[in-house]
Design a protein around this ligand. Sequence first.
Ligand SMILES: Nc1nc2ncn(CCNC(CO)CO)c2c(=O)[nH]1
Length: 289
Amino acid sequence: SNKGWSYEDCKATADWLLAQTDVRPTIAIVCGSGMGGLADMLKDQVVFNYKDIPNFPQSTVHGHAGRLVFGTLKGRPCVCMQGRFHLYEGYPIQKITLPIRIFKLIGVETVMLTNAAGGLNQDFKVGDIMIIRDHLNMPGFAGNNPLAGLNDERFGVRFPCMSDAYDRDLQQMAMDVGQELGYGDFLKEGVYCVLGGPSFETIAEARMLHKLGADAVGMSTAPEVIVARHCGMRVFALSLITNKAVMDYDSEEKANHEDVLQAGKQRAEQLERLVSTMVTKIEHNNNYA
Ligand SMILES: Nc1nc2ncn(CCNC(CO)CO)c2c(=O)[nH]1
């Protein structure tokens, strides 16, 4: 297709990046709203503004810087997306997931995705970190799936399995590392539900999603996971619970983006510790391989 996300288009951008830096990342980190600070962990940084990368989409959301940061995390070569893309920005879903395919073509094997999300599970508090066990891909229910259209076998099969989308060893690693770091009180696990946005969910929608088994609700991540699994990369994902979804009509609470960014700042340091510790383990010992 000549829409800008063919294998050749992805390969051209991947080759451009490989020519610009000799960092060869095996792990990619995608930063959620207000969580761009994760990129600052990287040493020996080589930074590209999205607008300077051929065929790369542009970030349009406050709290998403729009920079691709290459570097090392405790010696491990990584690439970090400081700013990700969302359906609500009006991009086609294939454009939102283009970076994931580019990561595959530059040699990334594991993708670690983070996002800010609203808590549906009543046991969740603002500031909790939810290890994502599985997702409900609501846009996919309506056919808005990043793999729709012609399948390019060079990426993966026509009908990829999604029952193993979230790597169980990496989930276990996150729980173990979180406990070791003393994060047990705010470390949860659950099901993440993606909506298109940009409007936050209604009370009836929050109640419905909770009934359907969702523990957190957001506007990202599932499309990237589907594309990452399609091309055989391992996936780890977590949600920072930045506010409790409004579930009652007598509540005064009102979801807003500034609260989301503020909650991200509160937990930034713990998120960085968790992710960076996992990065060393992922590359290092084979217990979880
Ligand atoms: N209730 C609720 N709380 C949330 N906190 C973060 N997000 C994810 C969406 N984030 C948007 C707006 O902040 C920016 O990508 C949500 C959400 O969708 N619903």
